[in-house]
Write a protein that binds this ligand. Structure first.
Ligand code: NI
Length: 386
């Protein structure tokens, strides 16, 4: 008979071979739902598209916690050369969500075997579409997946941390991820006669440089923010002054205050440049995921469990990072905590998430399932004693 660890790895490899893009996870969610039903859980399918929600109910009106996994892959052509590499051209599990899904299936199985001794109820949330904005979490919440849930927990495998390590934070952990597009409409003309034009490239340059001062002059130096211009399109030839420039970028922050400053100052700056240069500038600022902010008590609980599962020497508090994650929406609704579980094989070259050669060390998957399992025991133990 296969061990649970072997099963988890097998599931993960199957998902890895058959990756599905955001909101298209129909095969994955069918496998997940069928499995959860086979172990006796109360399963709801087609929640916000391909979402699956399953309840392990042990006590009427008892404490209930939720565990969440995301299931989607990315539009990337895999280059790992693994025997179980993606069979879908141009689609790859390059962020580890195949692992997240398999881990939570394993945890569900382990917990279902203990259903008479748990002291509480567990809801398993398999959500679609973490990789796109606005993402799958919001729709899951709108469909009521948090109703009756006391706390929610989730994890992200992280290739840039050594396998078998665990990190979390007592507060802000990942950033609010907003995006913007700015269209500058000047007046094109001859490269030798600038006085008859409104040069959209000069305005764009000014805007890019000046916006960095929002970070250095408007944000409290002890807080953090990022404004990155990732794309710039303008011009047709070396001797023509460009009529239009289009800039796209992202603004990132941890606190709502900084988030507001980034948006309003960027908008004020463009208004000012409009007046100075006589151009017409349109800003389209889109708010993406909010920041992932852990709740302190729940962060303490997951750290405590992690020390047992991963060892105290492998468990720690992380520096927040400016990547985004739609788990943030759940944490805005109810208490909970999110964590990073190291999945980098230090004997191999480490590629970042979303890279065509991204890989995870599978030996950490069963440990992560064990962490979920121990977390349920700990949580119910704690809540029944208080
Ligand atoms: Ni991810």
């Amino acid at each position: 008979m296969k061990s649970l660890a072997e099963e988890i790895i097998e599931w993960r490899r199957d998902f890895h071979k058959h990756p599905e893009l955001s909101f298209e996870e129909s095969r994955t969610s069918k496998i997940v739902a069928d499995f959860l039903r086979s172990i006796g859980l109360d399963v709801k399918e087609r929640v916000n598209g391909n979402g699956v929600v399953a309840d392990l109910k042990t006590i009427e009106n008892g404490p209930t916690i939720a565990f969440r996994a995301d299931m989607d892959a990315l539009p990337i052509q895999e280059e790992t050369g693994l025997p179980f590499a993606s069979q879908v051209p141009g689609v790859m599990h390059a962020c580890g969500h195949d692992g997240h899904t398999a881990i939570l299936m394993g945890a569900a199985k382990r917990l279902s075997l203990q259903r008479n001794h748990l002291g509480g109820n567990v809801r398993f949330i398999f959500q679609p579409a973490e990789e796109v904005s606005p993402g799958g979490a919001l729709g899951m919440i709108e469909e009521g997946v948090l109703e009756g849930v006391d706390a929610i927990f989730g994890l992200h495998l992280w290739s840039e941390l050594p396998s078998g390590t665990f990190q979390t934070s007592y507060g802000p952990m990942m950033a609010a991820t907003d995006s913007f597009s700015i269209e500058i409409n000047g007046k094109g003309g001859h490269g030798g006669m600038p006085h008859n034009t409104i040069d959209s490239i000069v305005i764009a340059s000014h805007l890019i440089m000046a916006s960095q001062q929002i970070i250095s002059r408007n944000i409290d130096p002890l807080e953090s923010g990022v404004i990155t211009f990732g794309k710039m399109n303008s011009g047709t030839a070396f001797n023509i002054i460009a009529n239009q420039a289009v800039l796209e970028g992202t603004a990132r922050s941890f606190s709502p205050g900084v988030r507001n400053i980034l948006q309003t100052k960027l908008e004020t700056l463009t208004k000012g440049l409009e007046n100075i240069y006589g151009a017409d500038i349109n800003v389209n600022y889109q708010r993406g995921y909010p920041a992932v902010v852990n709740h302190k008590t729940e962060a303490e609980i997951i750290l405590d469990v992690a020390r047992d599962v991963f060892g105290p020497e492998n468990t720690g508090i992380m520096k927040p990072n400016m990547v985004g994650e739609d788990f943030a929406y759940y944490l805005k609704e109810i208490p909970g905590a999110f964590c990073f579980i190291g999945a980098g094989d230090t004997n191999k070259p480490i590629y970042p998430h979303h890279h065509p050669r991204f890989q995870i060390d599978e030996t950490v998957l069963p440990m992560a399932a064990e962490w979920f399992y121990q977390l349920a025991l700990k949580y119910f133990g704690t809540s029944s004693s208080t």
